[in-house]
Write a protein that binds this ligand. Structure first.
Ligand code: HEC
Length: 306
């Protein structure tokens, strides 16, 4: 029953379990274009994961937004006057990213051409540099410095180390639905760790998940699959948070899910799911109807086997 439920209710986003033969269909080469328009692809195939837009999955958007919105100043032109100017950080490299011109044209002219990856975007120091591109370039420059330091000069060998792949940044305002293998061991859940157990994530609608998560106790809660949380933790946490304390008396960190960036919302299986409406017309963050107790146990048992 758990496996069937997984196939019906999870697989569309999370893909078949890695042990299933069907997984082969989701292995694809990475494809990109050069700035001159030449099409390229890797010889190896990799898992082609599904990325769900943040507004559809309804989980906290902050982390995805960083990729799109956060700007940094690497030449200190925006520095407050009076401070000593720093020199440039030294960012200079070619990166691969989503074709921003194609995105722009799509938005402006309502086109529906596929927005794909283009390699060869020149990223340099600047006053309003996109954080993600800057970080991606620094990573690549660091790797290249390591090659230089270790006398790896042969380009073919460097390409081999890179797995024949360009250094691409492609997500943004969306989250990947990762394969769930081993997920039973990786609490707390969601990209921001705002949900303590799989039971809270799968069997409780978003508004019924605990508002506070206690972090730091590594004991495993095998019944709910995740972190051990004291029974009265929400009241206990409220008491501390009111006094401005971030830690419990015994030194555990209190994650407050009402703070932006920490939201426990989204990825919710809920009675509010309206079967007469399409998937993208549901209440924000509601991705499917609630499970019965029996279904819930079955799905958690199945997820444990992955
Ligand atoms: C609409 C697509 C979609 C469906 C359907 C879906 N998921 Fe997810 N799932 C996601 C996305 C996207 C994330 C990442 C969200 C985030 O981290 O903010 C996620 C995250 C998770 C996580 C947390 C992973 C982690 O590393 O913390 C678990 C566990 C999970 N899903 C289990 C399930 C199960 C079990 C089902 C079926 C009952 C299911 N999901 C159905 C898209 C989906």
């Amino acid at each position: 029953m758990g496996k069937t439920l997984y196939q019906q209710r999870c697989q569309g986003c999370h893909l078949p379990a890695l042990s299933e033969p069907d997984i082969d269909k989701h292995l694809q080469p990475i494809e990109w274009r050069t700035t001159a328009g030449e099409k390229k692809s890797t010889s190896e195939k990799v898992l082609d994961l599904v990325i769900i837009p943040a507004q559809e999955i309804g989980t906290d958007p902050a982390q995805g937004e960083v990729l799109v919105n956060r700007l940094i100043d690497t030449v200190s032109i925006n520095q407050a006057s009076g401070e000593q100017a720093l020199s440039e950080l030294g960012i200079d490299g070619l990166l691969c990213g989503r074709d921003t011109q194609a995105i722009y044209d799509n938005q402006l002219f309502g086109g529906n051409q596929a927005v794909d990856l283009v390699d060869g975007l020149h990223i340099r120091d600047g006053g309003n540099l996109n954080f993600a591109f800057a970080l991606g370039t620094i990573v690549e420059q660091t790797i290249d410095a390591w090659f230089d330091a270790n006398f790896i000069r042969d380009q073919a060998l460097r390409d081999k180390f890179y797995g024949g792949r360009p250094n691409c940044l492609q997500a943004g305002r969306g989250y990947k639905a990762r394969p769930l293998n081993g997920v039973w061991a990786t609490a707390p859940f969601l990209h921001n760790g705002s949900v303590a157990t799989l039971r809270d994530l799968i069997c409780r609608p978003q508004e019924q998940r605990p508002a506070y998560v206690r972090l730091g106790d590594i004991r495993f809660n095998e019944n709910d699959i995740g972190l051990v949380q004291p029974k009265d933790f929400v009241q206990q946490a409220q008491h501390h948070v009111k006094k401005g304390q971030l830690y419990t008396e015994d030194g555990y960190f209190i994650l407050d899910t009402s703070i932006p960036g920490n939201s426990k919302q989204g990825h919710s299986f809920s009675a509010e799911y309206d079967t007469s409406k399409r998937y993208n017309e549901q209440k924000k963050g509601v991705i499917g109807p609630a499970f019965s107790e029996e279904e819930c146990t079955a799905i958690l048992e199945y997820v444990k086997t992955l």
